[in-house]
Design a protein around this ligand. Structure first.
Ligand SMILES: NC(=O)c1ccc[n+]([C@@H]2O[C@H](COP(=O)([O-])OP(=O)(O)OC[C@H]3O[C@@H](n4cnc5c(N)ncnc54)[C@H](OP(=O)(O)O)[C@@H]3O)[C@@H](O)[C@H]2O)c1
Length: 239
């Protein structure tokens, strides 16, 4: 495939390297300094654009890519309050978007375990849940998109909580999510259930960004020729 990269930071560069190894060609690279190149012949020649930028830029990048008729695979986190705007624009333009808060296979298996555990623990109200996520100090958003996904999955199965809350003081009916920023940690997520007598925990720790980049490339290959909005559940059910 011909690919465009919107955002040429840690993820954009790694996707470039790994996509070439899978015989894809990079035809356009857009970073903050040459953003206007999204309206260019080179960009329109891409079969797919990978969008890994930041919460402030992502939505405009999606809208511009839909306008240029280029499908988008994005992993940028922290913009989901604009989901409705993005999905409407995608439908209106008959575009294609593959979005995942986390592209790694291990994390998506972790999501499945989290859902099952939440369902099981719903019957044991003596256990109080909380989520902890640790990332490198350059991460711009908190909590991580992955932690939000974990929280939403727990809320779906366990009605003890009404919503999640970032770093809260203990408050009834709010599922606490604690965000820590340390060194260059790639991403560690834990879900804990604590009672007065014991603690039950599940944890996923990413050792490198490779899992995210490979997942994003597989998602782009999956998206080829499709219209509409897709996520990891669609990809995994086709494996
Ligand atoms: N879903 C997943 O699996 C997954 C995995 C890892 C990371 N992420 C997320 O992906 C995003 C990027 O992560 P990263 O580690 O690659 O960050 P990064 O190293 O900071 O790279 C972001 C890049 O985007 C560029 N940029 C900023 N504004 C832009 C704009 N308007 N148009 C085009 N490019 C722009 C930045 O350019 P400048 O340096 O010039 O500002 C930078 O090169 C973050 O939201 C992160 O949380 C998701």
């Amino acid at each position: 495939m011909n690919i465009a990269l919107i955002g040429y930071g840690k993820m954009g560069r790694l996707i470039h390297e790994l996509a070439q190894k899978r015989n894809h060609q990079v035809v356009c690279i857009i970073d903050e300094g040459n953003r206007s190149d999204i309206d260019s012949k080179a960009f329109r020649e891409a079969d797919v654009a990978f969008e890994f930028t930041n919460p402030e830029s992502a939505v405009q990048n999606f809208l511009d890519a839909f306008e240029q008729n280029v499908p988008v695979v994005s992993g940028t986190t922290g913009w989901l309050e604009h989901w409705e705007t993005v999905s409407q624009a995608c439908r209106k333009a008959n575009g294609a978007l593959f979005y995942a808060s986390n592209f790694s296979l291990g994390v998506n298996l972790f999501f499945k375990i989290n859902r099952k555990l939440a369902e099981l623990m719903a019957g044991f109200p003596d256990y109080q849940a909380h989520i902890e996520e640790i990332h490198h100090t350059k991460k711009l958003d908190a909590p991580s998109g992955t932690a939000i996904s974990l929280a939403d999955q727990i809320l779906e199965f366990n009605k003890s909580w009404k919503n999640w809350k970032l770093n809260p003081y203990a408050k009834h009916k709010e599922l606490p999510v604690f965000s820590l920023r340390e060194g260059n940690v790639t991403g560690t997520h834990s879900v804990h259930y604590v009672s007065e007598i014991d603690k039950l925990s599940i944890r996923h720790e990413a050792f490198s960004r490779h899992g995210f980049a490979i997942g994003a490339i597989l998602s782009a290959e999956f998206l080829k020729g499709k219209k509409g909005i897709y996520g990891m559940d669609d990809l995994l059910s086709h494996q």
